[in-house]
Write a protein that binds this ligand. Structure first.
Ligand code: ATR
Length: 282
């Protein structure tokens, strides 16, 4: 961000909590690298204060803002429009002003795909995917994979009704199925890509796994959205079986880079952002 003067514009993040967010360090390092005259701040906003916060940001005519838990769905009714991807995912993580209107975007799914391509040279064709979980993260990743052209997606969730709902939604793009996560061994064994979108394995319950390690094999690509720790119990078990693994911090990096690109209309300095993200996760 350089030094702040009367020309400095505001970018930021609305969430609750936000104190552990990696976005401010990544974004401010990127803005400094680009010599872009903006500062990025994290604002803790409770659900009851969301509407007022958005009114304030609009009145201040900020450059744009990110949205995180718990506001990714609730923000939608306070905006002037939605980009098609945000509408399909049913959630917004980035707000951008376009022709005087505040439009909601979602860069989570595209950020996930970019990270998969970068870390493991992912090609969607012929992929049989099992998504573990059916919440907001699963919706973003599922949509991105489905729209990219994977051959099938099985949604495996603790609550089967939620898996059915997501599978039904994604069935417009690819072949889908819904199963109970504790009864999906067959689908796991037949899969090429397994993605954990649940919080199982996250600090402090680091030893927990969404599925048993014995279900994995050397042909699998196993991807975990959990990035704290980066090597989750699931990824350790996958590695022990000889599977290829994909770690969660990549999605965090690339969703931020894509948000910055939407605001500034120029390429994000991904390596600078990666360096500060890695330092802040170490
Ligand atoms: P996010 O936005 O991070 O995806 P979410 O929308 O609350 O968060 O979704 C959390 C997902 O993780 C859900 O699929 C949830 O399963 P349920 O639909 O059955 O609640 C799953 N999840 C969370 N904790 C879990 C646990 N301990 N075991 C299995 N699944 C879990």
């Amino acid at each position: 961000m350089g030094f702040i003067d009367s020309h400095t514009g505001l970018l930021g993040l609305l969430g609750d909590p936000v104190s552990h967010s990696k976005s401010p360090v990544m974004m401010n390092a990127a803005l400094a690298e680009l010599k872009a005259p903006y500062a990025y701040l994290a604002f803790r906003v409770s659900p009851s204060a969301l509407e007022e916060a958005v009114r304030g940001l609009r009145a201040l005519d900020v450059k744009g803002w990110n949205v995180t838990i718990p506001h990714k769905v609730a923000i939608m009714e306070h905006l002037d429009g939605l980009d098609e991807t945000a509408r399909e995912i049913g959630a917004v993580n980035t707000v951008v002003k376009r022709e005087g209107k505040w439009i909601g975007y979602n860069t989570d799914g595209a950020g996930y795909l970019r990270s998969l391509q970068e870390q493991v040279s992912f090609e969607p064709a012929e992929q049989r995917v099992v998504l573990l979980g059916a919440g907001g993260a699963a919706r973003a990743v599922g949509y991105a994979l489905a729209a990219a052209g994977v051959s099938s997606i099985t949604v495996a969730n603790r609550t089967v009704a939620k898996a059915e709902e997501l599978a039904q939604h994604l069935s417009r793009y690819t072949q889908t199925k819904a199963v109970a996560v504790n009864d999906c061994r067959q689908e796991i064994e037949a899969a090429t890509l397994i993605v954990n979108t649940t919080s199982v394995g996250m600090v402090p319950r680091m030893e927990e796994m969404p599925i048993p390690g014995e279900w994995l094999n050397a042909h699998h690509l196993v991807s975990d959205l959990v990035y704290h720790p980066r090597m989750t119990a699931l990824l350790r078990a996958a590695k022990a079986k000889g599977a290829t693994i994909h770690t969660g911090e990549g999605m965090l990096l690339h969703q931020a880079a894509l948000a910055l690109e939407l605001w500034l209309g120029k390429k994000a300095p991904v390596e600078v952002m990666r360096k500060v993200l890695e330092a802040s996760l170490a």
